[in-house]
Design a protein around this ligand. Structure first.
Ligand SMILES: [Zn+2]
Length: 199
């Protein structure tokens, strides 16, 4: 029988060594390939090698929200699950941050494993069109309107809308009104979710 997380690459970002080791051991026992980082900055280099990131919220220097923004600014963001000692109702920044899942500490390894599977099931059902659309969206440029997406992907407007909705519901993109990067019309456009966390 294969383990529930066989082959899944999980990047754990946690400054407390005991918690980090415990999560690393339990996820490894479930078959995951675990990379562990003690700081958000150290984690950055490993993001291309991860299918999912599990990060602590409160860490010295750069916290989990900083890491989320760095990841969402990438051309290929990966889903980020946050673990926090606060409920989001107690923490406005946490409430506003687009983590794919927010877990209250202490996190049971069994629960974390289940949440990772749920998140990746959601991500892996992404259609071919939404993967292509993700590749088209550039962090530094304006978004693309539905019509231009269908031209660029050579698909129908309905398929283009479906791909757009999939990226938005998975936290990769946002819809906003603005000039389209291709046709320059002021329309509802899809943008890669970038650091809209302005200080
Ligand atoms: Zn357009």
């Amino acid at each position: 029988m294969t383990e529930p997380l066989t082959g899944i690459r999980v990047l754990i970002v946690e400054d407390h060594a005991d918690t980090r080791d415990m999560l690393q051991q339990s996820l490894t026992a479930e078959g995951a390939v675990v990379i562990a980082a003690a700081t958000a900055r150290d984690a950055l280099v490993d993001i291309p090698n991860a299918d999912v990131v599990v990060t602590d919220l409160a860490m010295p220097n750069n916290d989990g929200i900083w890491l989320l923004n760095e990841i969402n600014a990438l051309l290929r963001p990966v889903p980020v699950i946050v673990m926090s000692g606060f409920h989001e109702s107690q923490h406005a920044q946490l409430r506003a941050a687009p983590f794919i899942r927010k877990l209250l500490k202490p996190v049971e390894p069994r629960d974390l494993s289940r949440v990772i599977r749920e998140v990746l099931r959601g991500v892996t059902v992404r259609s071919e069109q939404s993967v292509l659309l993700l590749g088209l969206l550039k962090p530094e440029s304006e978004g693309l309107c539905i019509e231009c997406v269908s031209v660029l992907l050579r698909c129908s407007p309905a398929e283009s809308l479906k791909a757009t909705k999939e990226l938005i519901s998975n936290g990769y993109a946002i819809g906003e009104r603005g000039p389209c990067a291709r046709c320059f019309e002021n329309r509802l456009v899809t943008c890669l979710r970038r650091s809209w966390w302005k200080l």
